[in-house]
Design a protein around this ligand. Structure first.
Ligand code: GLA
Length: 382
């Protein structure tokens, strides 16, 4: 009798698990929100840790406190199969040797500033120039190349890491001590949330962003030209040959910059020299409200990524400078267009463009913005 009950109980258990899996193809495990911390190496005499965040659907985000780099991001496809959808490396040394900002936090000013020069309150500041004649992504040693202090946290519905860094007055030429805080949070809704905060003791400029290269078919698995993209943006920021804005904003209508209706990234990329590396002015750019600004679908895998932000612009970059010279995770070789970036931010060269929204931060003010990358599966293709 006891045996019979045990058998029945066992059968019920098996069918519950089976039923559960059938109904939640995205749900891989019966895991609870979880966080692990492992030593990853050291840089500048400081310890670098890798944090592994896992949510109850089995989605995994790994990040390190060197550069605030997201090294791995595993999400389910339409069959529930997990795959790593960000480009990156297997070791800290490779990130130290050479990386085109894979997965990093970029600052103090993400994107370019013409000739590394700007004027603030009548004073001219000269920043490091590290991209031809221009300043790019915070200079020679930007926030992507420093070791941040890190504290992790966990709740039943979310887990994350709080990264803090004090950028000293004069670092890379920027005025003011800037106290920066970046919080990465993984939620049970398959969102990776990034909260940015900063305060200063002198007037300065700030424009922080995140530089993951995504490939929703899995990192190293071909190019992203058949991914379908929609950008909630009716205007873009034209640039000169050194990628500095001309100061105008153009309508996307009828051009290869028009992603207002979803279509494949590759369909008109040949019309854009080198590929996409531009900023779009997001609709309702001055609302400062969180809204859906981009949606990407990979038809094969059914993975969908949505981007939400309160920022005025987004840099869409199609990995144009990847040329097969970098070997990434698992020895995968990264060729041109093997990943795309959607970097939420202010427009390039804003400090020199009076018509662009301001990037000035003053003592007593708080820079506070949020971006969310949300993952789903079951996208049908468009
Ligand atoms: C940004 C820039 C690109 C390139 C990459 C890094 O997205 O806009 O031009 O510099 O970073 O390679």
């Amino acid at each position: 009798m006891k045996n019979k009950i045990a058998q029945l109980f066992f059968l019920a258990l098996i069918s519950t698990i089976f039923f559960d899996c059938q109904n939640n193809p995205g749900k891989q495990t019966n895991e609870k929100m979880n966080i692990k911390k492992n030593l990853y190496g050291d840089v500048d005499g400081k310890k670098v840790f890798q944090f592994t965040l896992t949510n109850e659907n089995g989605m995994i985000v790994k990040l390190i406190n060197y550069g605030g780099i997201v090294t791995h991001l595993l999400t389910p496809d339409k069959e529930g199969k997990l795959e790593d959808v960000v480009l990156g490396f297997d070791s800290l040394q490779q990130y130290l040797d050479e990386t085109p900002y894979f997965g990093a936090i970029v600052g103090r000013y993400g994107n370019r500033i013409a000739k590394g020069k700007f004027e603030l309150d009548g004073k001219t500041h000269q920043l490091a120039t590290n991209n031809g004649p221009n300043h790019l992504h915070g200079g020679v040693k930007g926030f992507d190349k420093v070791v941040w202090d890190a504290d992790d946290f966990i709740f039943p519905d979310r887990a994350g890491v709080i990264l803090t860094y004090l950028s000293k007055d004069g670092e890379e030429g920027y005025p003011g001590n800037l106290a920066v805080k970046v919080t990465y949070t993984l939620t049970n809704d398959n969102e990776l949330k990034i909260d940015y905060e900063a305060t200063t003791d002198k007037p300065t400029i700030v424009n922080l962003t995140h530089h993951s290269y995504f490939n929703l078919e899995g990192q190293g698995n071909g190019n992203i030209l058949d991914h379908q993209l929609q950008l909630m943006a009716n205007r873009y920021v034209p640039v000169d040959e050194t990628l500095i804005p001309t100061g105008e904003l153009h309508s996307v209508q009828g051009s290869a910059m028009d992603f207002t209706a979803p279509h494949s990234i590759g369909s008109r990329i040949a019309e854009v020299e080198g590929g996409y590396d531009h900023t779009w002015e997001l609709d309702n750019f001055n609302s400062e409200k969180m809204r859906l600004v981009a949606r990407v679908t990979s038809p094969e895998s059914g993975r969908v990524m949505e981007v939400y932000t309160d920022q005025p612009g987004i840099q869409f970059y199609t990995g144009n400078f990847l040329d097969g010279s970098l070997s990434g995770k698992g020895g995968k070789v990264y060729h041109k267009h093997y990943g795309f970036c959607l970097e939420t931010q202010h427009y390039p060269d804003s400090p020199n463009q009076p018509n662009f929204p301001s990037v000035v931060l003053r003592p007593g003010e708080k820079y506070e913005t949020q971006t969310v990358y949300k993952f789903e599966s079951g996208g049908e293709g468009l």
